[in-house]
Design a protein around this ligand. Structure first.
Ligand code: BES
Ligand code: ZN
Ligand code: MN
Length: 522
């Protein structure tokens, strides 16, 4: 019976999490289903001459009576008006609409109409204050805001899912054909990559573990050109001297993996941007066991690895002219009989030794081998690591910002700018020279946890210790942003896939970083 259950879980893992409404573009709105109207003011409504005058009158009265403020994020759903089963007004505010704001409108529209048993139409013809690919951004937002992970919910065969829930989400725009082409080329790859990343994060740790994470990745990249996937198993990692990641995997029955996904677009530079991701498929803490309450959330401790692989998927699917390598450091942190003990000393593949003070500080251990290996092998234009690394960053920044650390101001600035445009925002935190003293070990070159308060900084410093000082390197701590407790327009509660939109933008806009030894106590 238990065997059968395991097979059922594996089989269903190959089906999509849920059918999503297809995104379409048209020059005019069908007179049925749900209609979504983004508005900045009462005057904006008056200008909607495409709507019947009587409908405009009723909607205007409803908005006045509800004291609707037209601010971004507000919405009002009306029923039984004109031919529509549902009419949703979405506030846009009166600022110029950037990509992130447009995605929010699309996301809000999709979320509000998710339960509508029929087609959905979003009127975008009047969003003239916005950027040139506004319709594409609305479509991306709709896909992201309409995401849900229902794979393990019981589907009653006698009560099938209404077909109308999968009817198209149509965006009405002046140049529908051009928007359609651009969406398929730029928008859809990003939306699909975010969906891939969210699915991986949402899956429980009995389904997604290092080997199945690899299998999922190989499946997602089937038929995508310019990509090579290399997988280092335990013997391969032993040969390369990756004693740090191996020490984390030893307490688990599921062996660790180091997966390297490289994409080189045509005409792209020889030196890649390396994106390294923490891929702890479950973090029990190991021998330094975590308390039980909330431990389930540690199935999301591979969010960094899922985000960097998702970023490469997005860039490769659209055949962007970039050279990028994702390196996913995959292991399960468990307290089995072979587990690493506090006090153990291990050696990373660059020869540096580590005293393990706390087996729950395992993210930095798997990343040490990933960044040292990538630095040596690729001579990268930059290394950016992404990790759900510390509880300390959650206390410092909450869920609005991920923590950003770098020895290279120029690289930090490029990442922060990408955060601004995509809405996946970063806040820079320091790498003080004193951290180096605080993580000195009596027995090894460094210890994996420091004495003192700046926990996020110690984690960042530790990873940076395994990167050459001249290599432009940045660390992004996403412990507070990887999982959403409450719905947001483009991020329904659950796995956020934080970092995919950010890094997709960052890699495309990347400018070479001036070399030289960075600051920060090295
Ligand atoms: N995966 C955790 C960090 C984490 C905490 C992620 C909360 C998401 C939400 C990480 O491996 C960890 O356990 N960090 C320790 C480090 C400490 C032992 C030095 C922490 O932050 O307490
Ligand atoms: Zn962890
Ligand atoms: Mn941990």
């Amino acid at each position: 019976m238990r065997y059968l259950a395991a097979i059922a879980l594996m089989a269903s893992a190959l089906t999509p999490a849920v059918a999503a409404r297809p995104i379409a573009f048209a020059d005019s709105a069908p007179q049925t289903g749900a209609l979504v109207l983004p508005l900045s003011s009462a005057e904006d409504l008056a200008a909607q001459t495409g709507l019947h005058e009587a409908v405009r009158g009723v909607v205007g009265a409803a908005l006045r009576s509800a004291d609707f403020d037209y601010e971004a994020g507000s919405s009002l759903t009306l029923r039984g008006i004109g031919p529509w089963s549902q009419l949703v007004i979405v506030g846009t505010g009166d600022e110029a609409l950037d990509a992130a704001a447009l995605q929010d409108i699309g996301g809000k529209a999709a979320a509000e109409t998710a339960q509508n048993d029929g087609p959905v139409t979003l009127v975008a013809t009047h969003l003239a204050r916005s950027i040139d690919n506004a319709a594409v951004q609305l479509g991306v937002g709709a896909r992201l805001g309409g995401y849900s992970f229902d794979r393990y919910k019981y589907a009653d065969p006698k009560d099938p899912r209404p077909a109308g829930l999968d009817a198209p989400f149509t965006i009405v725009t002046g140049d529908a054909a051009a928007a359609e082409t651009r969406f398929r080329r730029e928008g859809q790859p990003l939306a699909e990559a975010v969906t891939f990343t969210r699915d991986l994060i949402s899956e429980p740790a009995n389904v997604v573990y290092p080997e199945s994470f690899v299998a999922r990745t190989q499946e997602a990249f089937q038929g995508v050109g310019g990509v090579t996937i290399e997988v280092l198993d335990v013997p391969a990692m032993e040969r390369l001297g990756m004693g740090s990641i191996l020490s984390v995997g030893r307490g688990s029955a599921r062996p660790p993996r180091m997966m390297i996904v490289e994409y080189k677009g045509s005409g792209a530079p020889a030196n890649p941007i390396v994106l390294a991701g923490k891929g702890i498929t479950f973090d029990s803490g190991g021998i330094s066991l975590k308390p039980g309450s909330g431990m389930w959330e540690m199935k999301t401790d591979m969010s960094g690895a899922a985000a960097v692989v998702g970023t490469v998927l997005s860039l490769a699917k659209r055949q962007a002219p970039v050279h990028v390598v994702a390196i996913a450091a995959l292991a399960e942190n468990m307290p089995g009989g072979g587990a690493t003990r506090p006090g153990d000393v291990v050696k990373a593949n660059n020869g540096k030794t580590i005293e393990i003070i706390n087996t729950d500080a395992e993210g930095r251990l798997v990343l040490a081998d990933a960044v040292a290996y990538a630095d040596k092998r690729y001579d990268p234009a930059a290394i950016v690591d992404v990790a759900t690394l510390t509880g300390a960053v959650v206390r410092a920044l909450g869920s609005e910002y991920a923590g950003l650390f770098s020895r290279h101001d120029n690289l930090a600035d490029q990442l922060a700018a990408a955060g601004q445009t995509t809405g996946e925002e970063l806040w820079r935190l320091p790498l003080h020279p004193s951290y180096s003293r605080d993580v000195k070990s009596d027995i090894a070159d460094i210890k994996n946890s420091g004495e003192g308060a700046p926990g996020a900084g110690y984690g960042a410093h530790f990873i940076g210790f395994f990167v050459e000082p001249e290599t432009p390197w940045a660390h992004i701590d996403i412990a507070g942003t990887a999982w959403n407790d409450a719905d947001e327009p483009t991020v329904p509660a659950g796995a956020a896939a934080y970092g995919v939109r950010l890094l997709d933008r960052f890699v495309q806009d990347f400018q070479p970083v001036p070399r030289g030894k960075g600051q920060g106590g090295y």
